[in-house]
Design a binder for this molecule. Structure first.
Ligand code: SF4
Ligand code: SF4
Length: 446
């Protein structure tokens, strides 16, 4: 089997983002293969755990992937402050006499944004709305590369490494079967340290916020990187994480002072993309909610926002949320395109406007959580998992099992749709299947 056949069979998708099927992403020939090992979301420690413990496997998968896509440059982009992880990688590179290079990124957020990373490593700017292939690069995430290593020996994606942190009693990196409930992960970490809390699926900057209690309904998927628990009061997430767009825009109408700090500190703007969140805020604050939104040159720019959150968590002095407004505009202008008409000139100010994660955490009222990481490692074996057939961008996989079937761990339970962006899904524990809508429940021990 070719590398792509192995990856397809194993059901690998981008584990660090929206879950783009990897067999499609690597079906190309490019100059650069970049490993995104920045793990720039504060409070997450999953990729660093993988780098420290599996650096030899990561190298092997990188070399196999680079050979397939004929990449002449293989670069691991990791923050220079992560010295333990860099030492582990350097040792593995020396032992294997590998040609893989390490690029030490500055310690800023969002160093792991694909476009930031490509610019930092190669000096090339991916035009807005385009993909890295346009500048001869493919970027893969650390956990995805570990999954590629497993696929080389025929092992499918069945488990995830995740961080459980924030206000839990005993934070940890966990290895769990896909489909494990968030509640079980939090319980394994000693539970929430307080009664009044919110849950974040992902990192504090880009993760999705849920009210405490919702963890019983959520399960780990191929793209889960972390589960965070925060106080339900006195921090940015509690104040703005659950506001509606109408509430955000009402506040913008009253309080946006058009200082343009959101634009000045926007990372995409700083690499030369034509994105001006302050102009979008001005326009949207005057919006009549009873009329459909009409695309124009100002609003169209929201389509190239990567939703990193710098504008709302750090830049805005008035506690407003340009990111949420951009998300709303995107949802209303679905399918619209964006073409940059101005030159792609990165700002000479960029070097001075990179923001350290500690500063953002302090502004969000989360510095205590940031400073208190004390790593533990656990493996969970839950008695039941809930595996959705849609864990990736594209078309959901089609179940190939029925209620009452017995499955073994690693057995195919949902097949990718032929000729469409889709990915196979496998059982993550052995047990009896219960099929409910597009979710495959497996009850272990039966
Ligand atoms: S930073 Fe805040 S107040 Fe200033 S222009 Fe942007 S949204 Fe308005
Ligand atoms: S979320 Fe804000 S800072 Fe980030 S890319 Fe979008 S507009 Fe720029």
């Amino acid at each position: 089997m070719s590398l792509l056949d192995n990856i397809f069979a194993a059901g690998i998708v981008g584990e660090g983002g929206a879950g783009f099927p990897t067999h499609i992403k690597l079906n190309c020939k490019v100059e650069y293969l970049l490993l995104n090992a920045a793990e720039c979301e504060p409070l997450l420690h999953t990729d660093k755990y993988i780098l420290r413990n599996f650096s030899d496997k990561i190298l092997e998968a990188l070399e196999a992937s680079a050979a397939f896509i004929e990449a002449s440059q293989i670069v691991i982009a990791v923050k220079g402050v992560n010295t333990t992880e860099i030492s582990a990688l350097e040792k593995a590179i020396a032992e294997k006499k590998s040609t893989v290079r390490i690029f030490k990124l500055d310690n800023y957020y969002p160093a792991g944004d694909e476009q930031m990373l490509i610019y930092d490593v190669t000096g090339r700017v991916v035009p807005p709305g385009q993909i890295p292939l346009k500048v001869g690069a493919v970027v893969s995430n650390t956990a995805t590369m570990l999954a590629i290593f497993d696929s080389l020996s025929g092992r499918p994606v069945t488990h995830k490494f995740i961080t459980v942190a924030g206000r839990v009693n005993r934070p940890a990196v966990l290895k769990v079967p896909i489909g494990t409930s968030f509640a079980e992960c939090i319980a394994a970490c000693g539970g929430s340290a307080q009664k009044d809390y919110n849950i974040v699926n992902g990192g504090p900057m880009m993760g999705k916020v849920y009210p405490g209690g919702e963890e019983k309904k959520l399960s780990v998927t191929k793209t889960t990187s972390g589960i965070l628990v925060f106080s339900g009061r006195d921090n940015f997430i509690a104040r703005t994480g659950t506001l509606s767009v109408r509430q955000i825009l009402s506040r913008a109408k009253a309080a946006c002072i058009q200082c343009s700090f959101c634009t000045d500190l926007c990372p995409r703007r700083l690499i030369g993309h034509s994105l001006h969140p302050h102009r979008i805020m001005r326009k949207m604050a005057m919006l009549d909610f009873n009329k459909p939104l009409e695309a124009d040159d100002v609003l169209q720019e929201a389509l190239i926002c990567c939703e990193c959150g710098i504008c709302e968590t750090f830049a805005c002095p008035m506690d407003l949320s340009p990111r949420q407004v951009n998300k709303y505009v995107k949802s209303q202008l679905k399918g619209g395109g964006f073409e940059q008409r101005t030159p792609l000139d990165p700002s000479p100010q960029r070097g001075y406007r990179k923001i350290a994660p500690q500063k953002i955490m302090a502004r969000m009222g989360l510095l205590g959580e940031y400073d208190t990481w004390n790593e533990r490692y656990l493996e969970l074996n839950p008695g039941m998992v809930r595996i959705p057939c849609a864990q990736h961008i594209g078309v959901p996989a089609i179940p190939v099992v029925a209620t009452g079937d017995h499955v073994e761990c690693g057995q195919l339970v949902a097949r990718a749709v032929e000729g469409r962006p889709s990915a196979n899904i496998h059982a993550s524990i052995a047990g009896r299947v219960v099929l409910a809508d597009s979710v495959i429940v497996i009850e272990g021990g039966s």
